[in-house]
Design a protein around this ligand. Structure first.
Ligand code: IMP
Ligand code: MG
Length: 186
């Protein structure tokens, strides 16, 4: 059986526990609610990696808002994006004159979010901000930082809480570092 124990065996360490994540997501929800009080907000989930973070963040927010979803796929291998981003599913809502917050799992090179913010800015939102669960600033290749960030993480490949390796590990309730041998074997 390849259950959660199997997934845990492939990790070298647990970086962020379920409890740590829960507390921080709650703080982010409170902060964002305070900053956007009285505004028309659209929270956008970047599929698939942000799905779990997005669901918890939305419930930690106490303001009126709408939700939408965007599917993105970037060419490259499992550990590194090429920066060439393809929209696999666009949003349904119009964001013109709305306050848009992008919920993303992790900012790594920054290429994906640079591309995405350019695209969404062209639709003339009232404002556009990025909320990332994780930030790996050591790997940055362009000038971009998240407006809201859950945790700064070291330059290691992490999985869980929505983050995947080849589509797997997303359902781990915590964030762990994937053992090097796991991704060098494939
Ligand atoms: P960027 O364009 O390099 O910033 O890449 C962002 C995307 O790469 C994220 O949305 C993730 O899908 C993926 N990614 C980057 N680092 C990791 C990681 O450590 N684990 C899992 N996915 C990652
Ligand atoms: Mg992703």
């Amino acid at each position: 059986m390849r259950g959660k124990e199997f997934m845990a065996q492939n990790l070298s360490e647990v970086l962020l526990s379920e409890e740590q994540i829960k507390q921080r997501v709650h703080e982010l929800g409170e902060q964002i609610s305070k900053d956007y009080e009285g505004k028309d907000v659209i929270l956008v989930c970047i599929l698939k990696g942000a799905c779990i973070f997005f669901s918890d963040l939305a419930r930690a927010m106490t303001i009126h808002m709408q939700m939408d979803f965007m599917g993105i796929s970037s060419y490259g291998n499992a550990q590194k994006t090429s920066g060439i981003v393809r929209i696999t599913r666009d949003m349904d809502l119009s964001i013109t004159d709305k306050h848009v917050i992008i919920a993303e799992d992790i900012m790594d090179s920054g290429l994906t979010l640079t591309h995405l913010t350019k695209l969404l800015s062209s639709r003339n939102p009232a404002s556009l901000r990025i909320c990332c669960l994780l930030d790996k600033p050591e790997r940055r290749e362009c000038e971009i930082t998240p407006d809201y960030c859950g945790f700064i993480v070291p330059n290691k490949f992490v999985v869980g809480y929505g983050l995947d390796y080849c589509g797997e590990y997303r359902n781990l309730p915590y964030v762990g570092v994937l053992k090097k041998e796991v991704y060098s074997e494939k």
